[in-house]
Design a protein around this ligand. Structure first.
Ligand code: ADP
Length: 489
């Protein structure tokens, strides 16, 4: 391997195809591959979760055993290696049965595991130890979300390995400011970081506790988030959720780089999950996908000639299901179908199921995580609803565009950056968006979309505008490369 290759260590708690709870996994699955294509030597480190062990991946055991100090104990860690499927990016898996061999990644239902600090402190410390052990000296350590927010602090004080880490720059990406990784202050002692150096308002102290998200923000050389609009929003009281002050302090080092889409996985022309493949040149088979979705979801047949609206989302207050529930009665009076796939908040599950019972044949609700159905909805629905309270980037609207499924979104974060209202005069625009977070604004946007649905040539134009857009990772990867290079001077 030529010595001038940029070496990048990727720390992300989840990555496709190994472990996924949300969009971060899509990003951490695709971005390293795109960076590799641009010539970088990228390596990804993940905890060896149970789901990875059981996931049928090609995994081999490395002859490496790390000793990771955590509090009073030193924990042994075995290292396994795999490769991300098509890109062959090396993926190191940190094996620690007691910490990671559990049913879920972060907790059960709505409850986080009580020892998430220990689990992810261990992950950060072990990942850095691994680099030394295999003599992979990164130019860039790229950390994602609070679960890898400790590494930037540790690299401020890489005890015993100062020479190894000299010159390494740290980038921290915020995928969602709502997840702040806050823990009781005493836990800091487990990391070996001196309390007085780190526990203060300009450090990782956060309202008397510690925040690993704040640690990432404070101790990294550059901070990015996943859309330009969200980069602006999180510096305000409305969206910053308490982090706006510290982000404003770091304004010059903060930028927004829009996520991309992995078109190897999300492309109706070769998607293996969907009933028939289609492209901008031949859109007709999309109706096969709709027919199959209607049949499999036990929706009324006559919806073939009526708009079918889809939603694929975590049930979280971020995602605006309260807006949906507020308008659902009126929506149903417009003679259309609605199909929802999601998991999360139990209250939302109950409300949606109750509503679905009242509208049998018109509303279908699927609870759980189902990759195949997500693709089926993306292809079979006519519109995708995303009424988010806030949305750092959002991936599903970009997938929807590619599938000719017209997005109706709230104008926030990456949704605002990627969706443009359709204008019949200029015939420009790829969807519909609304500003105020209120039911009326949402319903009005859906009504605007429905008006164009009844006008097939206009509808086709909107679909094609979206399908022809290119949100591939290449552009984002180039922006990250430019950022890395600027840090390395
Ligand atoms: P977030 O990361 O906030 O959850 P994004 O739009 O960035 O939102 O990414 C969500 C990702 O998770 C998309 O790939 C979407 O298809 C997927 N997803 C969300 N809920 C489900 C589900 N219940 N089943 C399958 N995929 C899902």
């Amino acid at each position: 391997m030529p010595e001038d290759k940029l070496k990048i260590l990727f720390l992300s708690p989840e990555a496709v195809p190994f472990a996924k709870t949300g969009g971060l996994a899509d990003v951490a699955g695709a971005l390293p591959a795109a960076l590799k294509k641009l010539g970088a030597d990228v390596r990804l480190v993940l905890p060896f979760y149970r789901s990875i062990r059981e996931g049928g991946h090609d995994i081999r055991r490395l002859n490496k055993r790390l000793e990771v100090p955590l509090g009073w104990s030193t924990l042994a860690c075995h290292v396994l290696q795999s490769k991300s499927d098509r890109s062959a990016v090396p993926v190191y898996l940190l094996e620690r049965e007691d910490l990671f061999d559990r049913p879920n990644l972060y907790g059960n239902g709505g409850d986080d595991y009580y020892d998430n600090f220990e689990r992810f402190a261990f992950y950060n410390l072990a990942a850095l130890k691994l680099c030394v052990a295999i003599n992979f000296k990164p130019d860039i350590v790229h950390c994602h979300d609070w679960q890898s927010g400790l590494a930037p602090a540790v690299l401020k004080r890489p005890e015993g390995n100062d020479a190894f880490w000299q010159g390494t720059k740290v980038v921290f990406t915020i995928h969602n400011i709502g997840y702040q990784g806050t823990f009781q202050a005493e836990k800091l002692a487990l990391t070996g970081l001196p309390f007085h150096e780190f526990f203060h308002a300009d450090g990782l102290e956060y309202y008397g506790r510690i925040s690993l998200l704040k640690s990432g923000i404070v101790y990294s050389h550059a901070i990015t988030t996943v859309s330009p609009q969200y980069a602006r929003e999180i510096q305000t009281g409305e969206f910053g959720l308490g982090m706006e002050g510290i982000l404003r302090v770091r304004e010059k080092d903060l930028s927004g780089i829009l996520n991309g889409v992995d078109y190897r996985l999300w492309n109706p022309a070769r998607d293996p999950y969907i009933a028939d493949n289609y492209s901008p040149k031949s859109l007709t088979p999309k109706s096969e996908c709709k027919a199959s979705l209607i049949k499999e979801s036990a929706l009324d047949q006559d919806l073939m000639d009526r708009p079918l609206l889809g939603m694929i989302s975590r049930f979280d207050s971020q995602k605006g299901f309260d807006l949906l529930l507020a308008v659902i009665g009126k929506l149903m009076s417009l003679n259309l179908g609605l199909i929802i796939l999601g998991s999360g908040n139990e209250g939302t599950v109950r409300s949606l199921q109750k509503t679905a019972q009242r509208h049998e044949g018109r509303i279908s609700v699927h609870i759980g995580f189902d990759e195949s159905l997500a693709h089926g909805i993306m292809a079979g629905a006519d519109m995708l609803l995303i009424p988010s309270r806030y949305e750092p980037c959002g991936l599903t609207q970009m997938y929807a565009l590619k599938y000719g499924t017209v997005p109706v979104v709230r104008a926030t974060g990456g949704l605002d950056d990627t969706i443009e209202n359709f204008d019949p005069e200029t015939e420009r625009g790829n969807g519909f968006k609304f500003e105020a977070f209120d039911p009326k604004a949402f319903l009005d946007a859906i009504r605007s979309a429905l008006k164009f649905y009844e006008d097939p040539p206009a509808w086709r134009k909107i679909q094609l505008n979206g399908m022809r857009e290119d949100f591939s990772w290449k552009r984002s990867a180039q922006e990250y490369m430019a950022l890395y290079r600027s840090l390395l001077g």
